[in-house]
Design a protein around this ligand. Structure first.
Ligand SMILES: [Mg+2]
Length: 118
């Protein structure tokens, strides 16, 4: 159950832009610069594992905790953006890159299949 003050805090963040979120992620980084990339990659793996765990319990136990799944998805996003920031990019840039790539694949009829360079 989400507390009322948490709901209000979440609602106050709803209008954040992708760039503001990227800046927020950067402000939360506490790792030494020399360890940053590896810590962010390990954090991403950890959070993807936690997301898998929530879905596994959903399949195994028949429980469905949408709030927990969405929270873990947010944790995955956090580390994804931390890595993008490390390489001088940001969420807005990732959105544009991904949409361009997928639109290009769709236009060329290669959405299905495999390989990075379709
Ligand atoms: Mg988590």
């Amino acid at each position: 159950m989400i507390a009322r003050e948490d709901i209000e805090a979440i609602n106050n963040l709803i209008d954040s832009t992708p760039t503001e979120y990227s800046d927020f992620v950067e402000s939360m980084i506490v790792t030494k610069p020399e360890d940053r990339l590896m810590e962010n990659l390990l954090g991403l793996c950890e959070e993807v594992g936690e997301l898998h765990g929530k879905v596994k319990r959903m399949l195994r136990d028949g429980t469905f905790d949408e709030e927990a799944i969405l929270n873990e998805s947010g944790d995955v996003l956090f580390y994804n953006i931390a890595i993008a920031n490390y390489f001088g990019s940001n969420l807005q840039n990732l959105i544009q890159r991904n949409m361009y790539k997928l639109n290009s694949r769709a236009a060329r009829g290669v959405i299905k299949g495999s390989g990075d360079n379709r």
